[in-house]
Design a protein around this ligand. Structure first.
Ligand SMILES: [Fe+2]
Length: 387
């Protein structure tokens, strides 16, 4: 990590902690005032709030690393509060400021009083909306896997590949929030699509202990030209690149690690290549794959990090497939409005991108990291067709 990226990371973390502190302070003051109005003893309020903050620290610091058995739902609810309470505090804080300016004078009439009560309730409902969205993202959208159908145009010289289909998945991150049963359903849906080729774009795991169950569940996948994959940052973090590569080979999935595999398709060839995960400041190293590129074939690159797409240089790679972003995982995308934390690290969040006749497809992944919530970024199986 360079000094500059360390500094920017430090600045972002400090800013986030400051925002988190201000939001929680507001909720503490508001809930205390509400509690006091009811003349309830204040000690239980303090104990409850300290408990809630300990839960927030659990979510913020440990992620899924310490999930006591049977308590996955408690972690989920705390994550809903953690994510929802920040925008909720922004809305409620804004309303408190407005109220102080606009409603300075005491209400003159009963109608005035009624109007104020209505405005207060409306602001409360607006402040609750982010919590409701986070709850929806935890309970519904997290496992609502969708199949996306994509068609990639082909140059005439690759006409032999017209109609070839590929099923793509990424970021399995097996955990209590996307478990073996969820993955088995994905495997069954892929097999029903009868793809010619299957690619799995890294982050098979979040925890070492799940490698055997992930592989067992992926084993029934079937495709005419085979099953291929590349490794993600979580295989790197857990230092299980070799273990996952071997385990994949055991269930017929070939992991391409700075290597290529020429597939003989009737009428021509398709050259499939894969690279290990590159951190954002090392994406230019993708050019180390140059020796595997076959200029006369249709070249497809598997890379967990989509940012390599900006660094392909003159390499004739027609199609790059990536994951890593989880489609933003939490993304507010409506018309021109597009907000997701993932925007801080990549311009390639989800879907199809085109640059100088070359294509990149970014799959939204299946599992989650940090918080078991997906909003505006449903888990995805891509069904891609050439031609
Ligand atoms: Fe991931």
């Amino acid at each position: 990590m360079t000094a500059l990226s360390w500094l920017s990371q430090f600045f972002l973390n400090t800013l986030f902690l400051l925002i988190l502190y201000l939001c929680q302070r507001l909720w503490f003051q508001q809930s205390r005032a509400w509690w006091r109005k009811r003349r309830w003893p204040l000690a239980p309020h303090l104990i409850l709030f300290i408990g809630l903050m300990a839960g927030v620290a659990w979510v913020f610091h440990f992620h899924y690393a310490y999930l006591p058995p049977g308590l996955w739902w408690l972690y989920g609810l705390l994550a809903v509060y953690f994510i929802g309470s920040i925008p909720a505090a922004a809305v409620w804080g804004l309303w408190l400021g407005l109220r102080r300016i606009l409603l300075r004078r005491p209400p003159a009439t009963a109608a005035d009083m009624g109007r104020r009560r209505f405005l207060n309730s409306a602001a409360g409902a607006c402040a609750l909306a982010p919590l409701a969205c986070a709850g929806y993202g935890f309970l519904i959208e997290r496992t609502d896997v969708r199949i996306t159908h994509v068609s990639i145009p082909l140059e005439r010289r690759f006409a032999h590949l017209r109609g070839l289909t590929m099923a793509i998945i990424a970021d399995i991150h097996l955990s209590p929030y996307f478990d073996a049963r969820d993955l088995a359903r994905v495997v069954a849906r892929i097999n029903r699509l009868r793809p010619d080729l299957i690619t799995i774009l890294g982050d098979f795991i979040s925890f070492r202990t799940t490698i055997p169950v992930v592989m067992q569940t992926l084993a029934p996948l079937r495709a005419r030209y085979g099953k291929f994959g590349c490794l993600g940052n979580h295989e790197q973090i857990k230092q299980v690149q070799n273990r996952v590569t071997r385990a994949c080979a055991g269930v017929g999935i070939e992991i391409l690690r700075f290597s290529g595999r020429e597939l003989a398709i009737p009428g021509g060839k398709l050259n499939l290549m894969g690279v290990d995960f590159f951190a954002n400041n090392r994406c230019q190293d993708v050019r180390s794959i140059a020796g595997c590129v076959r200029p006369r074939d249709y070249n497809v690159l598997l890379s967990h990090n989509p940012n390599v797409f900006s660094h392909l240089g003159a390499m004739p790679i027609e199609l790059t497939l990536a994951g890593h972003t989880h489609g933003g995982q939490i993304r507010l995308h409506e018309g021109p409005l597009d907000i997701t934390p993932v925007e801080l690290v990549t311009p390639y969040i989800a879907g199809l991108y085109r640059n100088q006749g070359r294509y990149l497809y970014v799959n939204r992944g299946l599992g989650t990291v940090m918080v078991p919530i997906r909003f505006g970024a449903r888990p995805e199986i891509t069904h891609l067709q050439l031609g």
